[in-house]
Every structure is written in structure tokens, then in C-alpha cells.
Write a protein that binds this ligand. Structure first.
Ligand SMILES: [Zn+2]
Length: 254
């Protein structure tokens, strides 16, 4: 306990965590969906914060074009084309051996999401496409698991904390996934690392609040432009006709 008090002394001194909060974090279990720029940065912050268990899932391998922003990987990883999730887990175990870190190299889809959510308290979005986010959203709404949506492109980002039953879900705000060629992506419009790192930091703060059982979770959809240094918070509400969490016998409801 002394060792923990020394290690986490800056958390114990922070009034919104404290000793009891740190014990709660150690009991928490988080799924990080995607281990790229967003997920990798969020995973690093969560593991170092003393979260008890982190499950990393990604079916991708490290490439040279990942290195400018995916902070858990190095040139040797890219040269060897190693799988991201196990490599990220290895790096993060060295950062905090008390955290139970599990790596799964698999696709997130309707067939895998339920097993991935088993025992999970909060899901952090590190994904790069809307189709998979809807899979996560619908399963989280159905199971009552909170999740943090986060997306980036260029120097911009957006994030929303979804608490099923208590606020809007992703489909309340964006009922259907936009066609893939209709929205700018990091592939077509590029991305600079400060955008995913900032969104990952915001996702991490919300995750900590949820694990701590706090009621000051951010209710707005937050968009930011790192290049301009501008942040915009937009109030969003539950949509009664939401296909996932709305009233009535619709898909995704419990
Ligand atoms: Zn909804």
C-alpha cells in the first residue's frame, strides 16, 4: 500500500481522485477498441493511471505511415509489421505491471463484440470508421455499458460520452453511418498527431470519471480544431426515434 501511495501520490493529492478514487480505478476494466493513434494514446494514459484491467483489440499491423502519431510503436515494429494489440500490450506492461492487460487480434463486428464487452465497465473509441462505431454503440446501448466516441481527421477532432439510458447515443446524433466516400478520413485528408492525442486525453478523462462513479461526465458533443486552438461544445439530446436507444421495439433496445 505504501508503494501505491508513493506511485500515485499526485492522484491522491488531486481532490477528484484521492485514495478511494485510486482504489476504484484499480477495480475498473476498460476496453480500448482500436490501438492506433487514438486508442494507443488512451491506453497508455489509462494503464499509467492505475486502471485495473485494459483489454486492447485491433486486427491491424504496424506500418511505417503509423509512426508519426502512433506513440506506442517504433521503427523495428513497422519493419517487422508486428500486430498492434500484442505489441501495445507488451509496451504497456512495462509501464505498469499491476494492470492486467489483455491483447486481442480480432475484428470488431456483430459476432465478436459481445465477448469483447464481457466484464468491461467502459469502452474507449480508438476506431477509424463509422461502421464499427455503430457496432460498438448498439452493443453498448443494449448492454448498458458507457462508451466514449472519439474521431479525428486533419487537425480536428470530435468526442461524445455515451451513457446508455442517461443521455444520447451515437445514433441519436448521427442516426445512420454516412457513406464511406462522403466524409473526410485520415486516409484522404491526413491527420496530425496532436489531434488524436488530444481527443485521447479527453476520452481518458471521461473514462476516469465513469470509473470513479462521478456525475460530472461531460454532456456535450465536443469538437475541436487544434490548428485554430478552438473548442466548441454542442448540447445534444436523446432522440425519441433513435434506432438504437429510442422508445419502441426498435433494433438495439433492451
Ligand atoms: Zn440513441
Amino acid at each position: 500500500m505504501d508503494e501505491l501511495a508513493i506511485r500515485y501520490q499526485r492522484h491522491l493529492a488531486f481532490d477528484r481522485i484521492g485514495a478511494e478514487g485510486q482504489r476504484r480505478l484499480a477495480r475498473g476494466s476498460v476496453l480500448v477498441a482500436g490501438c492506433g493513434a487514438l486508442g494507443g494514446a488512451a491506453a497508455a494514459l489509462l494503464v499509467r493511471a492505475g486502471v485495473g484491467a485494459v483489454r486492447l483489440v485491433d486486427d491491424d499491423r504496424v506500418e511505417p505511415s503509423n509512426l508519426p502519431r502512433q506513440i506506442l510503436y517504433d521503427e523495428a515494429d513497422a519493419a517487422a509489421g508486428v500486430a498492434k494489440a500484442p505489441r501495445a500490450a507488451e509496451r504497456l506492461r512495462a509501464a505498469n505491471s499491476a494492470c492486467r492487460i489483455e491483447a486481442r487480434v480480432e475484428r470488431i463486428d456483430a459476432g465478436t463484440i459481445d465477448a469483447l464487452l464481457d466484464g468491461i465497465d467502459v469502452v474507449v473509441d480508438g476506431l477509424d470508421n463509422f461502421a464499427t462505431r455503430y457496432v460498438v454503440n448498439d452493443a453498448c446501448v443494449r448492454r448498458g455499458v458507457p462508451w466514449i466516441y472519439g474521431g479525428v481527421v486533419g487537425a480536428t477532432g470530435v468526442t461524445l460520452t455515451v451513457r446508455p439510458g442517461l443521455g444520447p447515443c451515437l445514433r441519436c446524433v448521427f442516426p445512420e453511418a454516412p457513406p464511406e466516400d462522403a466524409v473526410p478520413t485520415c486516409r484522404t485528408h491526413g491527420v496530425v498527431a496532436p489531434a488524436p492525442v488530444t481527443i485521447a486525453a479527453l476520452e481518458t478523462v471521461e473514462t476516469l470519471k465513469l470509473l470513479l462513479g462521478r456525475d460530472d461526465v461531460r454532456p456535450e458533443l465536443l469538437s475541436l480544431d487544434l490548428w485554430d486552438g478552438s473548442f466548441r461544445a454542442v448540447r445534444v439530446a436523446r432522440a425519441p426515434a433513435c434506432p438504437a436507444c429510442g422508445a419502441g421495439p426498435a433494433r438495439g433496445t433492451r
